[in-house]
Design a protein around this ligand. Sequence first.
Ligand SMILES: [Zn+2]
Length: 309
Amino acid sequence: MRVKSAGLLMLLSLLFGTFPLALAGQAGPQRTMIVMGGGTIDVRLPDSSMALSRAELLHWVRAAATAVTHYYGHYPVAHVTLRIRSFEGSGVRHGVTFPWHGGTIMIHVGTETTVAELKRDWMLTHEMVHLAFPSMADNHHWIEEGIATYVEPIARAEVDEYPVSSVWRQFVRDMPQGEPAPGDMGLDRTSTWGRTYWGGAMFCLLADVQIREQTHNRMGLQDALRAIVNHGGVISQDWTIEKALATGDRATGTHVLENLYGKMRDKPVNVDLDQLWKQLGVETNGHSVSFQNSVPDAATRMAITPPRG
Ligand SMILES: [Zn+2]
């Protein structure tokens, strides 16, 4: 999740019992710096006693940072504050990323959380992906969440933290939540959860496929997103969506992002996802997924998620 409005922040503070405005604390024994991909992650560990060791928590932070560094070619921001807070219980919850101080992430880890649960966690990677895109006006929140939702599993798969088959199983299962419901007025004007997260992710998937088709797999959405970061488009910067998409399109030598946005911004656009999975050679049967490599667009799928050896 990505937050910048003060009102929402107050609400989150009440809900989670945390006070992110007091983030800039003093250095202490619970503070550690991780340097990764040209960025510094200023980690503030929880004060309370945890089932996880400090080393295990830091390993989790490094794994997420490695995935994001690999996807973007470097860590997207020079400095991020990562405040890990604890709650009584198990799991990882309530990740939020703010544009302050060059990027600030707050995430909650349960006192009983296990290493296996950290290994399954996607949330910290999702939050770190938020660092790698400029801040948008509220009606474009869908692209901020869509990119984080789409890139997170792919970035983790690229560094062997998540199986490629699980990426596609998740897309097939969850992407339909991004389809417009009756009364939808397009991505810019429909702020439901489904349209924000999975509608945004569907925009990214369509863009990725189209860029790869038009460039014969020389380029993909990854190249567009890297270019945006390399032109300074990170969370601390306010950009228009037009500037971000034009920057991405220039990098791939296409107009895919601008054209898709023109189509989807103010109108409901249904996507024939079943046809798209068929085209990409993705077949699911219950919980299992298999890949058809003889279909014409199998190469596109393999460019999005290169098979791991
Ligand atoms: Zn998010």
